[in-house]
Design a protein around this ligand. Structure first.
Ligand SMILES: Nc1ncnc2c1ncn2[C@@H]1O[C@H](COP(=O)(O)OP(=O)(O)O)[C@@H](O)[C@H]1O
Ligand SMILES: [Mg+2]
Length: 390
């Protein structure tokens, strides 16, 4: 079985080259441990300069492996940047191969260091949002994030390979970049029914280019699952997909501090102090690129039960976000879920305009029954009725 759950012919493992400074040996060993499952599964084969057997002409050996690798990991730290061999010779070679489409270079940010302006600074780095591994409170989580990022690259590489049965491997540069950031969203799992809702939303967002869409309904009705399910077919239509839940009431600043570096390919890391300037910057990127931004649990930052959905103390700026995104011209979409319709959506929405909302009602009894059956529960008809009318 493939990582995608498909039966496939065994393909040869993807060669991975580690470029790192010896001062970072311990972190590199940790990273290798986290990648060892991918290796055991036969998806990757790793190589780095400590694998050189005694007596081999080391530089030649490094060159040949660097030249053969399909994925090159640059383990970034101040020592890496200071090491002439890593940061000039290996990196130059790696970037040449990346630009020629022969390999994919992935910077892995080990420790905080200034790498702005480096040749690799435009590439999508790992961990998510290029947060240095040593800055994570849980080191394992940081490595897991890196492992998952690499797995995605390997996955894309292999799917393309499967489609191209007898032709040669695609050039890696032709593969889409890793441009999806969901924070810690759980996997939506199996989803039933709601075909009309899924079709309508897809039409609004993809065909009619809505700028802002709110899915509104009571808790537990299926908003988050609907949006997570919708995001899969929408991926094709967007260059960047960024999703966050507002359940733990993050500030707008902290969302933008994740979002803007992500959709700018880490070109814009330091944001202006002023929120209006930050929002202008965001709109500029939403204009230049087609981005899908998903904000789940929007009600978390609204005052519970207030009639025209006032913002909670300290969260008024989200209202500005909705106003800017709903009113400015751009080619992106903000998709949000909420128990109450935010005031800005109500003010701006129209049946044919670029801002819309979809009220979500209960599932049909047939759909409800399907869910119960799938979970092995065969309830009496009135139990099902209760669930779907909740
Ligand atoms: N159409 C559906 N098919 C399968 N499971 C569903 C469906 N709609 C909702 N669920 C399940 O019901 C629960 C609540 O749904 P959720 O999307 O979290 O609701 P909301 O975001 O509106 O509070 C979740 O466990 C979800 O997996
Ligand atoms: Mg939800």
């Amino acid at each position: 079985m493939d990582i995608l759950g498909q039966q496939t012919e065994p393909a040869s493992p993807i060669q991975v080259f580690f470029s790192y400074a010896h001062e970072d040996e311990n972190l590199k060993i940790e990273l290798e441990k986290h990648l060892s499952f991918l290796e055991q599964q036969g998806y990757i084969a790793g190589w780095n300069d400590r694998d050189i057997q005694a007596g081999q002409e080391w530089q030649e050996e490094i060159d040949s492996h660097l030249n053969a690798a399909q994925i090159i990991l640059l383990l970034i730290s101040s020592d890496f940047m200071a090491s002439k061999y890593c940061s000039s010779i290996e990196m130059t070679k790696a970037m040449e191969r990346h630009q020629a489409g022969e390999a994919r270079v992935i910077p892995i940010i080990l420790r905080p260091t200034d790498w702005q302006g480096a040749p690799f600074s435009k590439l999508q780095a790992l961990p998510t949002n290029a947060k240095p591994i040593t800055r994570w409170t849980d080191r394992d989580e940081a490595f897991l994030d890196v492992e998952q990022g690499i797995r995605k690259v390997v996955q894309k590489f292999r799917t393309q390979h499967d489609h191209l049965a007898f032709s040669k491997l695609p050039r890696l540069s032709e593969l889409p970049d890793l441009k999806e950031d969901w924070g810690e969203a759980p996997d939506p799992g199996q989803f039933y029914g709601r075909e009309k809702e899924l079709n309508d939303l897809k039409q609004w967002i993809v065909d009619e280019h809505c700028r802002m869409v709110a899915v509104v309904g009571i808790g537990g009705i299926g908003k988050s699952s609907l949006v997570a399910t919708l995001a899969k077919p929408l991926r094709e239509s967007f260059e960047y997909v960024f999703g966050r839940s507002l359940q733990n009431t993050p500030s707008l600043q902290s969302i933008l501090q994740d979002c803007i570096p992500f959709i700018s390919d880490q070109r814009q890391i330091r944001l202006p102090e002023d929120v209006d300037e930050q929002l202008d910057l965001l709109i500029q990127y939403l204009r230049d690129y087609r981005c899908l931004i998903v904000l789940d649990n929007f009600e978390s930052i609204l005052q519970a039960g207030s009639h025209n959905s006032q913002y909670r103390e300290g969260y008024k700026e989200y209202g500005k976000l909705l106003q800017h995104v709903g009113q400015s011209r751009h080619q992106s979409c903000l998709l949000l879920t909420s128990r109450e319709k935010p005031k800005e959506v109500a003010d701006l929405e129209g049946v044919v305009g670029p801002v819309r909302s979809m009220p979500l009602a209960g599932l049909s009894p047939v759909e409800g029954q399907e869910i119960l059956n799938s979970k092995g529960l065969f309830g009496a008809d009135n139990t099902v009725a209760e669930l779907v009318h909740r």
